[in-house]
Ligand binder design. Sequence first.
Ligand code: SF4
Length: 471
Amino acid sequence: MADCTTPSATHRSGLKRALSDLGDWMARSRRLIMGVQWTVIVIYAVLIIVPTLLPLPTNVDRIWSHITIFAQFVFWGIWWPGVLLSMILFGRLWCGVLCPEGALSEQAATWSLGRAVPRWVTWKGWPFVGFLGTTIYGQMISVYQYPAAVLVILGGSTAAAIAVALIWGRNKRVWCRHLCPVNGVFALVSKLAPVHYRVDRDAWGRWRKPADSHRTVVNCAPLVPLRTLDGNAQCHMCGRCSGFRDAIALDHRPFSHEIVHVAGREAKPWETALILIGLLGVAGGAFRWTGSSLFIDLKMWFAETLLSLGADRLLDMVMPWWILTNYPANNDVMSVLDGITLLAFIGAEALFAGLIFAGGLVLATRIAGGWSSVCFHHLAQALIPVSAIGVILGLSMTTVMLLRTNGFYLGFIDPLRAVLLAGATVWSAWLSARIVELHATSPSRRLLATGMMTILCILAAVNWGTLFWTL
Ligand code: SF4
C-alpha cells in the first residue's frame, strides 16, 4: 500500500511535535521563566514609580530625553496594544510568563493565609465591572498623560492583587482568575489564538503512574481544572501542565476553533455584555471623547442646564487630581462639568452600541431559527475579532501621537488601519457564518442570518473607523 502521508501532513505533524516540545521545555524551565518575570517586575516598578518623582515633561522633552514620556510610550504605546495582539497570536502567554502583576500575586500567594475563596470574589460580573471601572476612571484622571494617575491605576491594581493573594488561595492566582480588570478582555481575545494546551481525554484515562514518577499533581495557578481544560479563556499558557499524565500538550488549532466549537456550549451573558457594552461601547467612547465635537455640544448643553437650575457653582468646581484631572501648571484641569459630560458621553456611546448590537443579534438569532439565548450569546462571540482589533487600533492612537510628536513620519498608518479593520471585519463575518451554520434551521434562514451578522460586523468596523477618519 502506498504511503499516503502528504508533505503538508508531515509539516503539520512536525509543527505539532515542535509545539509539544516547546510546552515541555516551558514546563522544565520554571526558573528561567521566573527570572524573566522578575526582570519585567523591576522594569515595571521603575516605569511606574520613577516618573512620579520627577517634574512633568515640557514641550521640548522627547521619548528619549524624559523618562515620563518614555514610560508613557512603553505603557500605552507598546505594552497595551502589544499585549492584546499577543493574546490573538499566543493566547494568554503574557499572563503566564510576563505579567508583573500576576507574577507578584503568585509570589505573594506562597505566603497566603490560604483562606477559601468567598462567593462574592467568584462573581462572574467582575471582569465587566472591572473593565468599565478602570477604563472610565482612567479617562477621568488622564491615565495616558500623568505618572501619578498611572501609579494609582496600575500600582493600585498590583497592590490589590498582592492583598488578595495574601488572604485567599495559597500558591494560586485568585486575583487573575476572578478580579483582574482585564481578565475578561484577555479571556475573550485569547479564544482567537491558533495555539492551546490540548487534553487527550483517552490518554488521561489510560495513564498509570510509573513507579519512579513523583509528578502526581500540577499547580495550575489560575485554577483551571486540567482534565476538562478546553480552551484558552482561563489558561495562562504557563506550560506547567505540559506532558502531565502523558495527556496534555501545546498544540495548534484553527483560528476559529474555540469561538465556533467551544464558546457556544453555554450562554455567557457577562461576556456578551463585555463585547457589546465594554469593547464596542465604553472603549470606543473613551478613545473618542477628547476630539469629539459632540462632546463640546454636550458640555454646552449641560452648562446651560446647570445655569438654568442655578447650579452655576458646578461649572468651575474642580476636584483633587485622583478624582478628576487637575494639573493647573500644565493648563489641564477638568471641572465637575467636564466630568459629568465625560461620564454622559461614554455612557451614551455604551448605551447606543449596546442597544444597536444587541438588537442586531436578537434579529439574527430570530432569523436563524427562533429565539435561543445560547444562539444569541454564541453569535455575540463572532464580534470578538472586530472588537479586539478596534481596541488595539484605538490604543495605538497614543503610539501614533507620541511617535508623530517626536518627529517620526508614519505615512503608512492609515492604509494599515484600513487593512486591519477590513481583515477583522471579514474574520468576524466568517465566524458568524460558521456559528449561524450550527444554529440555522434552513438554508434560507442561514443565508439571511449570516447577512444580518455581516451588517453588524461592518457597523462595528465603521464605528471604529470614525475614530480615525471623521470625528
Ligand atoms: S492549564 Fe494551568 S498549568 Fe496548564 S498551561 Fe494553562 S495555566 Fe498553566
